[in-house]
Write a protein that binds this ligand. Structure first.
Ligand SMILES: NC(=O)c1ccc[n+]([C@@H]2O[C@H](COP(=O)([O-])OP(=O)(O)OC[C@H]3O[C@@H](n4cnc5c(N)ncnc54)[C@H](OP(=O)(O)O)[C@@H]3O)[C@@H](O)[C@H]2O)c1
Length: 248
């Protein structure tokens, strides 16, 4: 069943963003894939039915003008914008006593400032479509004290705060904002770490679901949020971590 709605996804080249773009296309949405290389998810090209619904737009989310232009290009091509998934993110870690300010700022620029700008630049387009949904991809690290992860965790805490504030600010205009906070999901971001035997054994103990999640788990939740389109759901953080953060 085709859906006339149009959704932009940042960082849709690989990992969670690629899975989200494919899931949205599979559900019939038209998807603007905002990627640095100007290419959408590799698997999308192989399926003509999906390829028809996926369009790629070059965009480095830390480039303010490029982000605004990519969203305008999506609207020029499809005539509207109904949703945005702020997914692009980076993870830099290290002992805080030696963590360079430039690295701290790089993480915040990609994971937090670009999320704010994405929301702000999407706003007029969503308003023109009569409202819409923004899904930000946060992290369960936002609420944890994780050694060597001050910058990343702070950036994801900022995403939670942005989600709440924008949801309240724009709620009356039919624009909803939701934060999806994944736990461990195996992607390029952490593949080497998660493949260590000791880490796998430890996570098997700590995650009630028994193991890290897959990009498709996050994609299915995001796809459901757009498909179900629940008017009363906004400002909330939905944690998707196999029960890890609530486990006693
Ligand atoms: N994996 C996890 O366990 C986990 C857990 C919680 C939250 N998350 C969050 O989920 C999101 C996706 O992570 P992932 O695990 O899928 O990571 P990933 O496999 O490393 O993919 C990151 C994606 O972000 C894109 N990206 C990075 N910087 C960008 C920029 N400046 N402009 C445009 N695109 C940029 C990358 O594009 P290129 O291909 O151009 O590099 C890539 O598509 C991130 O926000 C991450 O913090 C991940």
């Amino acid at each position: 069943m085709a859906d006339a709605r149009v959704i932009a996804v940042t960082g849709a080249s690989r990992g969670i963003g690629a899975a989200i773009a494919l899931e949205l296309a599979r559900r019939g949405f038209r998807v603007g894939c905002l990627t640095r290389g100007g290419r959408g998810p590799a698997r999308g090209a192989a399926d003509p039915d999906l390829a028809r619904r996926l369009r790629a737009y070059p965009c480095d989310v830390t480039d303010e003008a490029a982000l605004a232009e990519a969203l305008r290009a999506v609207v020029r091509e499809h005539g509207r914008l109904d949703g945005l998934v702020n997914n692009a993110g980076i993870h830099l870690r290290g002992p805080s006593e030696r963590f360079a300010s430039a690295d701290f700022e790089r993480v915040l620029a990609t994971n937090a400032t670009a999320v704010f700008r994405g929301c702000r630049e999407a706003y007029p387009h969503l308003l023109a479509s009569g409202g819409g949904l923004i899904v930000n991809i946060g992290s369960f690290f936002a609420r944890l004290g994780v050694p060597h992860n001050a910058a990343y965790s702070a950036s994801k805490a900022a995403v939670e705060a942005l989600t709440r504030c924008l949801a309240v600010e724009w709620g009356g205009q039919g624009i909803r904002v939701v934060n999806v906070a994944p736990g461990y999901i195996e992607t390029d971001l952490n593949r080497d770490f998660l493949r260590r035997e000791a880490v796998r054994a430890q996570l098997a103990q700590r995650i009630p679901a028994g193991a890290p999640g897959r990009p498709e788990d996050v994609a299915r939740l995001v796809g459901a949020l757009f498909a179900e389109d629940i008017p009363f759901l906004t400002g909330e953080t939905i944690t998707l971590d196999g029960g890890q953060t609530i486990a006693y």
